[in-house]
Design a protein around this ligand. Sequence first.
Ligand code: SF4
Ligand code: SF4
Length: 133
Amino acid sequence: MKLSMFPQVFSQMFKKPWTNKFPAKYQPSSTTKYLQDVQAGKATISPPVKTPTGFRGKIQYDKEKCIGCKLCINVCPCGAIEFKPEEKKVKFYLARCCFCSQCNDVCPVNCLSMSNEFLLADTDKYAKDLIVE
Ligand code: SF4
Ligand code: SF4
């Protein structure tokens, strides 16, 4: 380790962590039982840290405002947006999305935005929560 790193390492020892223990404050003996207890109201979830300003979470889509220009599809680096020709609207597959916000930035009618929602993990990539249309 370089000597110049010491001040940085030392100052870190007195800073609070940016993360928190989520979803459980203490390691449960069984995760399945813990989640069952949460569902039954016998245990509570330790809330995640507050998202900062400008956080890029789940995409919000105002379908009515969309003019079907496909600019979002052209800039998406992940191929996460599909065009629906019959409606001239788009569909987002969040399991492919890297939350770069380029679609949001390029949309000429501002019908897209990035919300604070980030608890999107699912075993089914086509789950209702992972499709936006
Ligand atoms: S946020 Fe980025 S990766 Fe996700 S749909 Fe928009 S352009 Fe594609
Ligand atoms: S860029 Fe905006 S208006 Fe154009 S298709 Fe995408 S969501 Fe619709």
